[in-house]
Structure formats: structure tokens, C-alpha cells
Design a protein around this ligand. Structure first.
Ligand code: ZN
Length: 309
């Protein structure tokens, strides 16, 4: 039997009612579904729905009992939990996120341009590895994170710029029905080009929330998000458990009511997938530092990082 996309299957499981509120482009993507009969039920005839801005909040670095884990999962929005494989609580964190109704993706450790191998954790994807070893590690990572419907990169400024390496990783994603979220730790990422060419559903990070671990900075990034949603219908932001975990979860919790007031609708990452229209152009510079995710979960920000304080 032909294997469908796993995210699609999960949405299918949850039924048509839920899909009524999903953006039209996503409904196009789910063309195998029966048309939801209640699609227009929420909007009286002749009246336009208020313009909605969809935002997916991805939280990286789950899997190692990191600071802020419980607080992030308690946020009253559908965050997506990016769980690192092969760590002491990889499976427990993925299960807890899933039990809390949160989407789970694999947070694949990948080689950065700068940094120590120890920051990456076990079985990272390194550019010196053979195609076969990259395939084995990617498959093992997926197997180690239950309920994963997608994948994004932890660090990876060197690996995501390497076409040979990314071709293998994306091929495994394709075979397993996982979408890929480019965390965009490198401006030289080949992921957009390859994903298009290979037909792998792709999303891209638009904003790191916590590249500096202070309330002031995270609050400022949330203001950038607020400004961004006025111009963009779909936005992906990434925050972290670990050193900034309590700051970021606190700032998010405080900002959610105002963001909703500004017509932001928080969605799971997979709800932003639209194979026909990539929502974000590759290569644009991210606000703030792109090297935020280039450190070990729980470690200090590496000395080389321009974000270190
Ligand atoms: Zn990470």
C-alpha cells in the first residue's frame, strides 16, 4: 500500500470538523479528504471572516529534561515540540507532548560550521559521514522520537549547506512521510532548493524568539512577531527549552492574549503546509541572530556566538 504523508494521516484521524478552520491552501493539500460540510458554518452568509494570521510556535531542544519543558507544554496554544533523539528523556518528552495534544517533530542534531561535537549530542549528522551512515542515523532518530510527523535541524549550519548530506536526510523524510522545517541556521542552506526538487513538504523558520536569554530580548522578538503578522499570513517562530525556557514560556504566556486580539490564530506546524505555495522565500535574512540554535541543549551559548553575553 502506498504510504501517505504521516501528517496528513493524523489530520485525517482528527476528522473533518477540525479541518473546517484550516486555511484553504491546506485543504487543497488534503485533497483526498471529503470536503468539510461545515467549512463556512462559522461565518454568516455575506459577511467576510476577519483576516486571520496563522502562527506556528515551535519549541526546540526537548529530550533532556530541560528547563521550561512542563511550562511550554502547558501553554494554551498548540505548540510543536521538536524533540532531540537519543537523549535521556527523548521518548518521555515526545510522549508527554503527544499526550498534551501537541505536535511532535524530530530535532535532528546536525553539524555546525563552528562548535564542538559535544554540543550536538549522540549520533549527529556530520558532513564527514558516508551516505549510508547518514541514512542510518536519520532513520534511527525518527525511530527514537515517537509520534513525529516532521523534522527540523538542531544547529546544522554546515550540514544544511551540504547538498549530498541533505539529499540523504530529505530522502529519508520523504520515504517516512515527514515534512522538513528548515530552522535556517545558515543563509547557505540548500534545503529549500532540494526540498522543492525532491517533493518534500517544506516549512521555514521566520523568527527565533530567544537568541538572547533575557526577558527584554524575548519580549522584543515577540513585538517583531506582532509586526510581522500584519504583513504575512503565515509565520513560524522557534523558541527553546533549556537556558531560555522559563523566560520564553513566560513571555509567550503573557503575550498570547494580545496576539489573539491582533487576529493571530496559533496552529500546529503541519497546518501551515501548502505544497503548491511555499509561504516563505528562501535566503531572506532572519531578524536577530541565525546562530541561536548552534549550542548544546543546556549548555552556555558558545563563545563564538555573536549572541553570547
Ligand atoms: Zn536545537
Amino acid at each position: 500500500m502506498k504510504k501517505g504523508w504521516r501528517w496528513k494521516k493524523r489530520l485525517l484521524k482528527r476528522g473533518g470538523i477540525r479541518l473546517a478552520s484550516v486555511a484553504a491552501s491546506v485543504i487543497v493539500a488534503l485533497n483526498a479528504l471529503p470536503a468539510p460540510s461545515s467549512a463556512s458554518a462559522a461565518v454568516p452568509a455575506g459577511q467576510d471572516a476577519p483576516k486571520e494570521h496563522t502562527v506556528a510556535v515551535v519549541i526546540d531542544d526537548f529530550g533532556n529534561r530541560m528547563k521550561g519543558t512542563a511550562e511550554m507544554l502547558r501553554l494554551p496554544i498548540p505548540i510543536t515540540a521538536a524533540v532531540m533523539p537519543f537523549l535521556p528523556t527523548s521518548q518521555a518528552d515526545a510522549e508527554a507532548a503527544h499526550a498534551a495534544g501537541r505536535e511532535v517533530i524530530v530535532h535532528l542534531p546536525m553539524e555546525p560550521v563552528k562548535g564542538k561535537p559535544s554540543w550536538l549530542g549522540p549520533k549527529a549528522i556530520l558532513t564527514a559521514l558516508s551516505d549510508e551512515e547518514i541514512r542510518l542515523r536519520t532513520e534511527a532518530a525518527i525511530a527514537d522520537v515517537p509520534h513525529a510527523v516532521g523534522m527540523n535541524n538542531h544547529m546544522g549550519s554546515r550540514a544544511t549547506a551540504d547538498e549530498r548530506v541533505m539529499r540523504v536526510v530529505l530522502q529519508v523524510c520523504k520515504e517516512r512521510g515527514l515534512f522538513f522545517l528548515d530552522s535556517r541556521t545558515s543563509y547557505k542552506s540548500v534545503v529549500p532548493k532540494l526540498a522543492r526538487e525532491m517533493g518534500v513538504p517544506l516549512l521555514q523558520n521566520d523568527l527565533f524568539l530567544d537568541d538572547v536569554y533575557t526577558d527584554r530580548h524575548v519580549g522584543g522578538q515577540i513585538l517583531l512577531l506582532k509586526a510581522r503578522v500584519q504583513k504575512h499570513d503565515r509565520t513560524v517562530v522557534i523558541g527553546h527549552v533549556g537556558p531560555p525556557g522559563l523566560i520564553t514560556s513566560g513571555q509567550l504566556a503573557a503575550a498570547i492574549p494580545a496576539l489573539r486580539q491582533a487576529s493571530v490564530r496559533f496552529v500546529k506546524l503541519s497546518e501551515l503546509l501548502s505544497p503548491s505555495a511555499p509561504y516563505s522565500l528562501p535566503g531572506a535574512k532572519l531578524p536577530g541572530s541565525a546562530s541561536v540554535d548552534e549550542s548544546e541543549p543546556g549548555a552556555k551559548v558558545p563563545e563564538e556566538s555573536p549572541t553570547s553575553r
